[in-house]
Design a protein around this ligand. Structure first.
Ligand SMILES: Cc1cc2nc3c(=O)[nH]c(=O)nc-3n(C[C@H](O)[C@H](O)[C@H](O)COP(=O)(O)OP(=O)(O)OC[C@H]3O[C@@H](n4cnc5c(N)ncnc54)[C@H](O)[C@@H]3O)c2cc1C
Ligand SMILES: *[C@@H]1O[C@H](CO)[C@@H](O)[C@H](O)[C@H]1NC(C)=O
Ligand SMILES: *[C@@H]1O[C@H](CO)[C@@H](O)[C@H](O)[C@H]1NC(C)=O
Ligand SMILES: *[C@@H]1O[C@H](CO)[C@@H](O)[C@H](O)[C@H]1NC(C)=O
Length: 596
């Protein structure tokens, strides 16, 4: 342990020594596992291993003022107190970690700048040992730790201020390669891929294509990590395939004792039903094993159709969505206006009388399996991205005429191209920082597509209304998606959340705008209110937490699935004392009753 930076910091040294000496009371690290002892993966002896003990009263004192709720002080005073106490904790953390990994006090801002955390401890461990050391130090200090990947989430899934953010993207596997293809084996009659949680989808896709395998659904951007996508149940738009959470068969994670644990779907089906969408509450996921299929060649097609003929025509919509392997529909509002009308609008702000949302053009993108006769002699392409040069909903046009610019960019994509499956999914290449955020809400799809039609109609009419009344739009893009449900406690696409005449599929109403755009949040809140009695639920990783009453509503929709999740987490003994929780998740799930 490095203690050179202790010079002149005598009180800190005393505190640190006290923390170290209370290790004498450490208990055996296995005796809480009750039948799950075989989930512990032996990682050998860590150099300079630390023993386990509980939060000390001294640290309790330091941590006190960090909470926004504990002391009634104004924001500026609180901020200074936080920083002061963090400086002290920082020295102790540095001592406990011995310089590996290094720990910094950072301000954190997520990708689209909707979440800002003034001060947190940031670590980016490279090895399982370093990651474990962080957990043991946090445990000693009674601090919370949460993992992050790319930081693409737009909701409070990050660690609370004053606690430890563990960026997992540099973590290397200690007992195998970063990504690995596994053959069928007894009890598992399919191939799997194991990868570190910090891998980006784009890297995973290159690997899968090289190995001749594929997964059946993915989001439309490939700059997210495997851990982030599993933790938040990231979806695509494949009619008959579930989210990332639905293909997880095995997971290794570091629990709050710093133990590497291994859970499999075969041996621990109920724990995996919880772990496969865990919002970071199951510890630091280390590597994840997913089910893969033999890959195949698909044709991606881009068509441009009248909105009223697809989105507002229930039968055509159902035929399209149920008849394709994947269907993605994008509406960029106010795109069907003539050059003269656009010119007029630029000058006067006048909305042409003859414009209607139903006449706008929507971009219809489909993916279907290609017959060999179709792709014979054709080039099988890698991923091809929208040529937006760094914006999400397209183009450099601002204001209401953006919709026209966006559809013109989509029209630059080739009408038909052939790809190995995973290379057909990504189409958005996000810029380094986002200017548009996204809200997304899920609904059950009924066999007659009535709810899908009503959801579209609600959002489309609403945008049309605001465009007419105000000359502004609540959304720059409406991107509905459709995918298959499975059994999983926290997945929004959930086989146990049902409605009459259920298709077993979920509709995602996803829409984009800069966070401050007029009407964006109001549209989100009103949508939730309108579908309140139809079990509408948010995408966990998108903007939703600012909707009044959303937590109670989420509890209502998920019902016993939430305590079901917490019970499996308790039985798995991965986090008895809430190390991996934050205040938002505690508001939903409550505190653990099992801390000892
Ligand atoms: C441009 C863009 C397009 C998007 N498109 C889609 C889409 O098509 N479909 C869709 O469903 N979503 C989409 N999303 C949302 C995205 O899928 C989620 O936000 C996803 O979680 C992002 O992964 P990440 O690596 O950024 O994770 P982060 O945002 O960093 O983390 C997300 C959650 O995962 C947890 N986590 C991450 N790694 C670990 C780990 N190793 N151990 C434990 N917990 C971990 C974090 O604690 C957090 O709770 C999009 C987001 C953007 C910015
Ligand atoms: C916007 O993009 C178009 C096409 O990509 C380009 O021709 C034009 O010059 C750009 N305008 C500005 C102001 O950057
Ligand atoms: C269920 O959906 C099917 C398919 O559209 C439809 O024919 C049927 O009338 C629906 N049943 C009910 C009870 O709504
Ligand atoms: C139009 O804008 C005004 C304020 O600028 C706002 O009060 C009103 O609610 C808006 N109307 C719609 C339909 O968004």
């Amino acid at each position: 342990m490095k203690i050179t930076n202790l010079a002149g910091a005598a009180p800190l040294a005393v505190l640190a020594l006290c923390l170290l000496c209370s290790g004498a009371t450490a208990r055996s690290v296995l005796d809480d596992l009750n039948g799950l002892e075989d989930t512990v993966v032996d990682i050998g002896v860590e150099p300079a291993a630390h023993s386990i003990f509980k939060r000390s009263a001294l640290v309790e004192d330091i941590m006190g003022p960090l909470s926004r709720n504990v002391r009634q002080v104004d924001e500026k005073t609180r901020s200074m107190l936080v920083y002061h106490h963090m400086k002290i904790l920082h020295s102790i953390l540095e001592m406990l970690l011995g310089g590996n990994p290094r720990v910094d006090i950072f301000q954190f801002i997520n990708w689209d700048k909707t979440i800002q955390i003034d001060q947190l401890f940031y670590v980016k461990p490279k090895t399982v040992w370093e990651a474990r050391r962080v957990i043991l130090a946090a445990r000693r200090l009674g601090m919370h730790v949460r993992a992050t990947g790319a930081g693409h989430s737009r909701s409070p899934l990050y660690v609370d201020e004053g606690n430890i953010m563990m960026d997992v993207r540099d973590l290397q596997r200690h007992d195998g390669p970063f990504m690995e293809l596994n053959q069928e084996r007894p009890g598992r009659d399919f191939k799997t891929v194991t990868a570190m949680t910090g891998v980006y989808e784009v890297e995973l896709n290159e690997f899968m294509t090289k190995e001749g395998v594929a997964i059946l659904a993915q989001p439309l951007n490939d700059q997210e990590t495997l851990g982030g996508m599993v933790a938040a149940s990231t979806h695509g738009s494949t009619w008959s395939a579930p989210t990332y959470s639905g293909i997880v068969v095995e997971m290794r994670l570091l629990d709050s004792h710093g133990r590497l644990r291994r859970f499999t779907k075969e041996d621990h089906p109920m724990i995996m039903k919880a772990a496969s969408c865990n919002l970071g509450m199951f510890g630091i996921m280390y590597d994840i094993t997913i089910k893969v299929e033999p890959t195949f060649v698909v044709k991606a097609e881009n068509r441009f159709v009248r909105l009223g003929d697809l989105m507002l025509n229930k039968d055509a919509l159902r035929a399209q969505v149920t008849g394709s392997f994947l269907t993605e529909i994008s509406w960029f509002p106010f795109n069907k206006i003539s050059d003269a009308a656009a010119e007029e609008y630029s000058r006067t702000g006048a909305i042409p009388d003859d414009w209607s949302a139903a006449d706008d053009t929507v971009w219809l993108r489909t993916i279907n399996r290609a017959q060999q006769s179709e792709y014979q002699g054709q080039t099988i392409l890698g991923p091809s991205y929208l040529p937006t040069k760094g914006s999400l909903s397209g183009g450099n046009v601002t204001g209401l005429l953006r919709g026209r610019g966006a559809i013109d960019i989509a029209k630059k994509l080739s009408p038909k191209s052939f790809h190995y499956l995973v290379n057909a999914f990504p189409v958005i290449l996000p810029p380094r920082w986002g200017t548009e955020t996204s809200a997304a809400f899920m609904l059950n799809i009924d066999n007659s597509f009535d709810r899908v039609y009503r959801a579209f109609n609600f959002m489309i009419s609403r945008s049309e209304q605001q465009i007419r009344d105000n000359g502004t739009t609540p959304m720059n893009a409406l991107l509905p998606r459709f995918f298959q449900n499975h059994e999983c406690f926290l997945c929004p696409g959930n086989a146990e959340i049902q409605m009459p005449n259920d298709s077993g599929r979920t509709l995602v109403i996803d829409f984009l705008a800069p966070p401050a755009q007029q009407g964006f949040y109001k549209a989100a809140a009103d949508f939730v209110e309108f579908f309140k009695n139809e079990k509408v639920r948010p995408h966990w990783a998108k903007r939703h937490d600012n909707i009044a009453g959303i937590i109670d509503h989420v509890k209502d929709v998920y019902g016993s699935l939430l305590p079901g999740f917490s019970e499996q987490k308790r039985l798995a003994r991965v986090d008895p004392c809430d190390m991996f929780m934050n205040s938002y998740l505690i508001a939903i799930f409550g505190r653990s009753q099992s801390c000892y």
